[in-house]
Design a binder for this molecule. Structure first.
Ligand SMILES: *Cc1c(COP(=O)(O)O)cnc(C)c1O
Length: 400
């Protein structure tokens, strides 16, 4: 027996797969995907159980490493990213941990953008204890990535666009640098999601996700995943899952699975709102500079548009004239936006990176990264644009 597939036309398109890919319904014929809350699965007889435990037969066995609801989420995400396979993990960070545990060993070397999620940098640094070496390079400079390559480089890790300044890296250029030296390229695709950007189509080998962000899309669960070729998922990641248990809960998988059904329309709507807000912010006298890949003023506008399906994404940052006090005044005047650093929600969030997400850096490191005290980040949701503008206008007006 092999686990059956949903009967879909071979050329079914992305929006169709987002709604339909998964597993065939159970014998009850449910139209909405079932949530399988069970730790183990029953076998018809002892000989079948033996075959299943010996991996001679594909079946659900134990939810630490196989569960139908998790499989549905994995198949749907793999279909959207255009990879052969996917493995769900307990969180986005667990996905990066899986990447390290599955692919790397002491003595290996990783080249990583210096603008990735803070915990990602910390994770690679923490593995120095086990002999893993990591170099951190500027996001947007392929020459620096190339120069950082060593004989032991096994993995390049990028995240594009970056948080909070939306710097873009050239995925195709990084893939070429990696492959020329026999290394793999992994891309954290949280900010764009496969609705806007499919890194594998640009040459990346592995796509990492925090399902916590746009895949769920409503700020409800913590979840993660790695999308990769079948031989890497089955050969490298599943064994780690079996022994180390970075397991995604079926409930969280189900929430993400249902979230993906509206991913494409949410991403487009949120991205359009973010661009409109960014253009409006550029006209405000109290605003010094606005960061959004959809703006013609973005230094990598052309690359971003080509790589992200013509959309800038839903994150927009802006620097107010002044410093921390002025940024706080704008944030505190907001009545609609939520003051939180999370993103990917239908509810717009507003935050001050220098004192929150990037608060643990020294002021010197922050300035080197371009994160000034006057910088405000927004992850634009689905509220009416007029209400979002009014929310910001209230604070900006005070700055005079
Ligand atoms: C949130 C986030 C992560 C970590 O994901 P969790 O699900 O919170 O563990 C990794 N990368 C990026 C870009 C993120 O935004």
């Amino acid at each position: 027996m092999t686990i059956p597939r949903v009967d879909l036309p071979a050329d079914a398109r992305l929006d169709t797969l987002a709604v339909r890919e998964g597993l065939p319904p159970s014998p009850w014929g449910e139209n909405s995907e079932a949530l399988f809350i069970t730790s183990s699965f029953v076998h018809p007889d002892a000989a079948t159980a033996a075959r299943r435990f010996g991996n001679e037969e594909d079946a659900f066995v134990y939810s630490r490493f196989s569960n139908p609801t998790v499989t549905m989420m994995e198949r749907r995400l793999a279909a959207l990213e255009g990879t052969e396979a996917c493995i769900g993990t307990a969180s986005g960070m667990a996905a990066i941990l899986m990447l390290v545990l599955g692919l790397l060993k002491g003595g290996d070397h990783v080249v990583c953008s210096q603008s990735v999620f803070g915990a990602t940098i910390k994770l690679f640094q923490d593995f120095a204890r086990f002999g893993l070496e990591a170099s951190f390079v500027p996001q947007d400079d392929p020459g620096a990535w190339r120069a950082a390559m060593r004989p032991g480089t096994k993995l390049l890790f990028a995240e594009t666009p970056s948080n909070p300044l939306t710097e873009v890296c050239d995925i195709a250029a990084l893939a070429e640098i990696a492959h020329a030296r026999g290394a793999l390229l992994a891309v954290d695709n949280c900010f764009c999601s496969p609705a806007l950007q499919q890194p594998v189509k640009l040459g990346a080998d592995i796509v990492m996700h925090s399902g916590t962000k746009y895949l769920d899309g409503q700020g409800r669960v913590i979840a993660g995943a790695l999308c990769a070729p079948e031989h890497i998922v089955t050969g490298k990641f599943v064994p780690v899952m079996r022994t180390m248990g970075l397991t995604l809960s079926p409930f969280n998988a189900w929430v993400v699975l249902k979230g993906m059904e509206t991913l494409s329309i949410r991403m487009k709507a949120q991205s359009e709102r973010a661009l409109a807000l960014a253009r409006w912010l550029e006209e405000q006298p109290a605003v010094e500079r606005v960061f959004h890949p959809g703006l013609a003023s973005h230094p990598q506008h052309a690359l971003a548009m080509a790589q992200q399906g013509g959309q800038g994404g839903a994150v927009v940052s802006f620097a107010v004239r002044g410093g921390r006090a002025e940024a706080f005044a704008v944030i505190d005047a907001a009545r609609v936006c939520s003051i939180t650093t999370n993103l990917g929600d239908t509810k717009t969030t507003i935050s001050h990176p220098a004192s929150t997400s990037h608060g643990r850096l020294t002021e010197e490191q922050r300035l080197a990264a371009g994160i000034t005290q006057g910088l405000v980040r927004m992850a634009v949701g689905l509220e009416d644009l007029a209400d979002l503008k009014a929310d910001l206008q209230r604070g900006l007006a005070k700055l005079g």
